[in-house]
Write a protein of this length. Sequence first.
Length: 136
Amino acid sequence: MGVFDNLKSIGKVLQEAGKIEQYKQILESMQELLEMQKKIEELENENKNLKEKLETKEKLEYDSENNVYWVIKDGKKEGPYCSLCWDDYKKLIHLHNTSQERLWICPKCKTYAGSGRYYSQNLEGGRDMFAEDYNY
């Protein structure tokens, strides 16, 4: 039997015995326990996400000639990935091929990379389209 179930049983006994103040204290304790459980779950999820990002960062290799990232997995390169999306938002966005050889475009921020070139079309009217429009 868990802590919550124990408190529930104690609360039931107190309620039946007419111990209203003590019963209210048990209800408050149960509410606090639920809030703590929710906070623990949030922290566990945050910890998991941070561990995943750290593992990803350790596997990343930056290609300065093409301004892209590659993930090295089991000795093989996966990618390429957008350097702007990773550097600014810690999101690995797989670049798409264009009609030109070794030139890729990011489907999120519209940055072009490859063949020694790099330019971004993500600014429109002086505002960062990426942060506002892509909800990262």
